[in-house]
Design a protein around this ligand. Structure first.
Ligand code: PEP
Ligand code: MN
Length: 349
């Protein structure tokens, strides 16, 4: 249920509505929009009688949210959610690019990559310190040391950092270092972890599970929002299909559809979506054209030697080329990418 407040409703009127919802045993989530405030009512709503609210001062009308994902739905929140980090806005007109290696492997590897992606115009540095690997014998990440290296790169290059958190226990530690917490595809429906990141004050990027429908992804986002953390970013990273030429099938449909169903920003990850460096740039262009608010791209100085996801990682020069291309696509769809230097491709060594 949504209680739509009048355009000129006062803080006291909104406060009275919130208190009445709490008295009825449900959970109020006030959403302060550009034009007006609405109060989404979730949780145990059976005892909440819409009639008691219609007469309250400042209330315009009561509507119901048909989607099962109440707080994540566009119905509850018609304006786009824009997530503000120091100097970067995710979900605004300017596209946001998150780039870096799949895993933090060493100080020199990360700093070299950070330098290259910053020069090319990326805003956020990615790199896994805790890696969810299919085999227990594969590289599992550098752990705390990896987080420290990410923090050093942030200071040196003025980039924000995003890194994956795999367990509820690790959330406080990772949140201390990361500007954005990443929930990986293997944990999209790890409800204990979703509860844990719902309680921290850090933006969370939630990747779509390889077997998750769009609705399941949005229901997982709902766990984080219902926990009180409203800064959630959705990420399309491909789903598993019968196709063998690619690691995953990058579901381009999800980009405009998630934007339509939800107010949350949507990031496209064509690196995991394809699993092949040779088509990452094409699918990055497609993601931007489809309306993504930004991209996540894996970049490695020497992909052949990468400890994870080398086959889908771009060399820095190809990444710079991708950035110049998506800048032009962004402009064609009324977005911008102002951090990309205007250099003719032939001038780039
Ligand atoms: C990653 O970003 O390196 C990663 C493990 O992604 P996903 O969870 O989408 O597989
Ligand atoms: Mn990866």
């Amino acid at each position: 249920m949504i209680i739509v407040m009048k355009v000129n409703s006062t803080a006291a009127e909104i406060g009275a509505v919130i208190a009445r919802v709490q008295e009825a045993g449900a959970v109020p989530h006030p959403i302060y929009g550009v034009e007006r405030t609405v109060v989404a009512v979730v949780g145990e709503t059976r005892a909440v009688d819409p009639k008691t609210f219609v007469q309250m001062p400042g209330v315009e009308k009561i509507t119901s949210i048909s989607a099962p994902f109440k707080l994540a739905s566009r119905e509850s929140h018609p304006d786009d959610t824009v997530i503000r980090l120091n100097g970067v806005q995710i979900g605004g007109k300017e596209l946001v690019v998150m780039a870096g290696p799949c895993s933090v492997e060493s100080r020199s590897q990360l700093l070299e990559t950070a330098h290259a992606v910053k020069e090319a115009g990326a805003h956020i540095l990615r790199g896994g310190a805790f890696k969810p690997r299919s085999s227990p014998y594969s590289f599992q990440g550098m752990g705390l040391k990896g987080l420290e290296i990410l923090a050093e790169a942030r200071e040196t290059y003025g980039l924000h950092i995003i890194t994956e958190v795999m367990t509820p226990q690790a959330v406080p530690m990772v949140a201390e270092y990361a500007d954005i917490l990443q929930i990986g595809a293997r944990n999209t429906q790890n409800y204990g972890l979703l509860h844990a990141v719902g309680r921290v004050q850090r933006p969370v990027m939630l990747k779509r599970g390889m077997m998750s429908s769009m609705e399941e992804l949005l229901m997982s986002a709902e766990y984080i929002l219902a926990g009180g953390n409203y800064r959630v970013i959705l990420c399309e990273r491909g789903i598993r299909t019968f196709e063998k030429y690619t690691r995953n099938t990058f579901d381009l449909n999800a980009v405009p559809l998630l934007k339509q169903l939800s107010h949350l920003p949507v990031i496209a990850d064509p690196s995991h979506g394809t699993g092949r460096w040779d088509i990452v740039t094409a699918m990055a262009r497609a993601g931007v054209a489809a309306g993504a608010d930004g991209l996540m791209i894996e970049v490695h100085p020497n992909p052949a030697e990468a400890l994870s996801d080398g086959p889908q990682s771009l060399k820095p020069r190809r990444f710079a080329d991708l950035m110049r291309q998506i800048k032009r696509v962004a402009e064609a769809v009324d977005r911008s990418l102002s951090t990309v230097p205007d250099v003719a491709p032939e001038m780039v060594p």
